[in-house]
Design a protein around this ligand. Structure first.
Ligand SMILES: [Zn+2]
Length: 265
């Protein structure tokens, strides 16, 4: 098993006040969430890598759901061509760092959610340090190289990694949980070099919203322990004919990331 002793105990030490019970009433009344699930959300720290089309949505849903802390990371500033899909940012935010634009909105949205903005480029060298202390990594990046760096860091630290990718009308999502599933590199080993060279893709706002919403649901399920996550399953959505299909993801015995982890055990 991977090392997870530095993770917080999500089985509940957050106390809910009267305002919490009111703000989150409609999710607390869901039997699989309840007050216990809400307490777990309150002590959870979620790392959101990227504040573009995916991160714009998942950051809002995480703050709205009552997650205790969001570590939000992006290196870019808001540009006009972002605004067809990155709906956390506004026209008035043009040229602002995305982390600042996001912090402002998320803090106003839910003052109880601690927002930790990090304006940085995620690399193989800093990924493990950046995600330290997080209970979960939400992948909202726009390139495969960064995803693979984050995936490796998350697997090494024993932190679940929820992958999301979008391309025009289409999207993909899957949850990788250390010790229980393979990892993103099991799936994309051969294609890594291709994706590194990939030019910018066309993106529709609702496609990003759909995938980020599924990632957010996966995050809430992981934190509260409700239901079954998308483990070992890649959900592929084709928006043009609105078809959903699943591809089984088996751990790859030649995966360099998983191999190293198994070697250490
Ligand atoms: Zn792997």
């Amino acid at each position: 098993m991977t090392e997870s002793s530095d993770r917080k105990d999500l089985r509940g030490f957050g106390n809910l006040g009267g305002l919490d019970l009111e703000r989150y009433a409609r999710q607390i009344m869901i039997p699989r969430i309840g007050e216990e699930g809400q307490k777990r959300l309150k002590v959870a720290t979620v790392f959101i890598a990227g504040l573009g089309g995916l991160g714009s949505i998942s950051a809002q849903y995480m703050a709205a759901a009552g997650v205790g802390e969001l570590i939000i990371v992006d290196r870019d500033r808001v540009s006009l061509s972002n605004l067809n899909r990155q709906i956390l940012h506004r026209t008035a935010d043009l040229d602002w760092p995305k982390t600042e634009s996001a912090r402002k909105k998320l803090s106003a949205f839910n003052p109880d959610c601690r927002i930790s903005p990090v304006s940085a480029t995620i690399t193989g060298d800093n990924a493990a340090t950046l995600i330290a202390g997080a209970d979960l990594v939400l992948d909202a990046t726009d390139n495969m190289a960064t995803r693979l760096d984050l995936n490796r860091a998350a697997m090494e630290r024993g932190i679940p990694f929820i992958y999301g990718g979008i391309d025009g009308f289409d999207g993909m999502v899957s949850s990788f949980v250390p010790g229980e599933t393979g990892c993103l590199a099991c799936m994309f080993t051969e294609r890594e070099r291709i994706y590194k060279e990939q030019p910018a893709l066309g993106v529709l706002g609702p496609t990003a919203g759909l995938i980020a919403s599924i990632q957010s649901l996966e995050a809430i399920k992981y934190i509260t322990g409700a239901g079954e996550m998308l483990k070992g399953r890649l959900l592929c959505i084709q928006g043009l004919d609105m078809s959903f299909r699943e591809i089984r993801i088996e751990p790859n015995p030649d995966c360099t990331v998983c191999k190293e982890l198994h070697h250490e055990q």
